[in-house]
Design a protein around this ligand. Sequence first.
Ligand code: AMP
Length: 398
Amino acid sequence: MGKLSIDHLEMQGKNVLVRVDFNVPLDENQNVRDDFRIRAALPTIQKIIRDGGRAILCSHLGRPKGKPVATMSLKPVAEKLAQLLGKPVNFTTDCIGPKVSQLKKSLQDGDVMLLENLRFYAEEEANDPDFARSLAENCQLYVNDAFGSAHRAHASTEGVTKYFRKSAAGYLMEKELKYLGDTLEKPERPFVTILGGAKISGKIDVISHLQNKADYLLIGGGMIFTFYKAQGKEIGKSLLEEDRLEMAKDILQNFQSSRCKLVLPEDVLITDKVESGARTQVVDVDDIPAEGIGVDIGPKTIDTFSGILKNSRAIVWTGPMGVFEIPEFAKGTENVARLLADLTAQGVTTVVGGGDSAAAVKKFKLTDQLSHVSTGGGASLEFLEGKLLPGVAALTDA
Ligand code: AMP
């Protein structure tokens, strides 16, 4: 079911509590190193200002473990946000309590306030009802724009909604739900999914869910070697999850009678050391030498994957094809990313599900050339597992 949109709230003269994801990296001088997440929340904040509401923003930053930690203050974020909005942002040195409550009351229409780091209180992650009530105090509406935190039932994402008659999705949240949700639920076909990353563990539910939805599942990354081992192949010193061999066998067996076609690489790039400048060689997956370490998909595989992708209408990708952090091992990941950008220009829907693949796409400066790159790592993975996210479920139905 769809969720209430910020577009359907009457915000004039109201205090709107907004859960944003301002968990941004700070440098050693406490300056914001990357403002991507702050920029991503601007459309929602600007909408509240335009409508004459008062935006009261709350977020976590880092893992302060329930205590105030000076290096994890949101103050630098307030300064950056003020720059980006071109107007002052009232920063409060606490996120709950009588003083904050009073300050909320003194806001004027169009004002913006940012509360201090929610995780300075252990009650936030414990989803404590009293803490949630204090957050909601003197606010009349709630908006969640923090997709990246929606997979956790915390006070600011789930508990707080019990104190509001209307809880709506902000624009960023809506975009995430539209692209991840719609692409999985009613994809144009052929619908191709690409899965990579280091390990099978943690991805098994993603594999089963995608198998039920997609026409193809292309697999790259470190996890392929556990599959090859399960098939009895020599994998040299490549990444192996011994304890997942049975699981890998089951998955391979399962796909034999599946409508979704599983495609594993036919060749790989191997090296003798996982470092820049090391010797590399392309080999067929049946010819991996005993000393070889597989670090990327090979050129034949890139061609095969490209052929399937070029015939698709919708693509969801999560997890890099190789150790993309090292330039010599990044070709597979870069080729997939570039092809997805070209296909997007031709009208194919392309969605990248957070985490390392989002980092890879960013590294190749292609983020703006895909239909959607998710801002949520863990949240997008849970979405791809088919789970209902508590922070989404708690919003008012449309
Ligand atoms: P994940 O968090 O499971 O999505 O894994 C992402 C990580 O997988 C990245 O840091 C990649 O360097 C790593 N990775 C990708 N391919 C391989 C490989 N063949 N061997 C080892 N690690 C890999």
